[in-house]
Design a protein around this ligand. Sequence first.
Ligand code: SF4
Length: 372
Amino acid sequence: MTTNRGLYIHIPFCSIKCAYCDFYSVAIDTDLVERYAKEQKKELSLVLSRYPQTVIDTIYIGGGTPSVLPISILEGIVGHIHKCASVNIREFTIEINPCSSDNLAYYKSLGVNRVSIGVQTLNPQILKIIGRSHTPGQALDALERAAGIYPNVSADLMLGLPGQNVEDVGCALNKVMPFVNHISQYMLKLSDDTPMGRAVNGGSIALPDDDASADMYDAGYSIMRQNGYARYEISNFCKDKNYSLHNLKYWNREDYIGIGASAHSFIEGVRYENPSDLTSYLGGNHLGNGKANSIILSKGDALFEYIMLKLRLEDGFSIDEINGLFGIDFLARYDMEIKSLCGILEVSGGRVKMKKDKMLLESYAARRFLPD
Ligand code: SF4
C-alpha cells in the first residue's frame, strides 16, 4: 500500500538577514551550498529507503531564500527527487525573494507550478526598517512576471510592522491582488534575539499594539473578501479554492518529510526535527541517519495537537472524525471547555470551529483543551 506524503526541502541560505528574522540562516557560499545539497540528497535517499511506500504528492522548497540557489544546484536536488522517489505531484511550490527572482521563469521547467513571493509590505520606509532588501517596485515586478508564467501565485504580507497602519495594508493588498490567487497575511512575531527585537526593547522602534494589529488583520480580511478571496486558515486566503495543498498537510496532520537543516517531519504519527546548525547537519545528524530529534506523541498530546491545528482552519473539524480517530466522545469529554468558550467557538452541523470574527483568538481557545 502506498502513502502520499509531502516533501519539504529547506534551504537555509539568505543574501542578507532581515531585521526581524530569527530563523537560522547563513550567507550563501558556493562550496557550502554544494556540500549542503549533497547531504540533502543523501538524507532524502536514506529516508525514502526507510519508507519505501512513500509517494510524494506535494513539494515545497522553502527557506531561507531558495531563489538564491544556483540553478545547477536546484536542478540537482529536483533531479534527485525524481530519481529516488515515487512522485505524483499535485503541487510544487518554491519561495522567491523579489531580490533574487531572475530565474523565476526557469523554475517552470523543473516542474514548479506554484510560487510564493515574499512581499511583506509595499511601504518603502517600513521595508527599510524591517531590513528587507527589495523595493516595492521589485516586489510588484516579480509578482507580475510570476502571474504571466504560473497558474498559482501566492504573496506573503506581514501585519503589525513598525509604523504600519490600516491604509498601508489596504494599499499593499490592492496592488498585489491583480497578480495572485493566494495570500498569506500573517502577524509579525518578534523575538527579543533579533536586531528589531532589541530596537523595540530599547525603545528606538515602536510596534503597533495588539488592537491596532487586529484592526489591520480585519481590514485586510475585509478587502480580500470583497475581492473574492476566501479565508481557509487564520492567515491564509485564496480565490477559487486554490489552497496551499502542501501547507494543508501541516494543519490536517498528514504525513510530510522535511529534508535539510532545521527541517521537521511528521511520519506515521511521530514528529522529527533536524538540527538547525549547519555543521551538525553536514556531520550527518539528520533523519536520514536516524539522528533527528523525535517526539512520539502520547494520545493526549496528539488529541490536543489535532484540536489546535484544526481550529486554525475556517472549517474546524468534524466531531465524528475526532471521535473516530481518538476513540472519544468529544462533546461529553469537553462539555465544560465548550461551554466556557461559547462566545468564540461554534459547535454546529457536526463540526467545531472558531466563530468567524474570533479567529485571532484561536491560540487562546486551543489552550483550553491542553491535556492535564
Ligand atoms: S529572507 Fe526570510 S529567512 Fe532570510 S533573513 Fe529574511 S525573513 Fe529570514
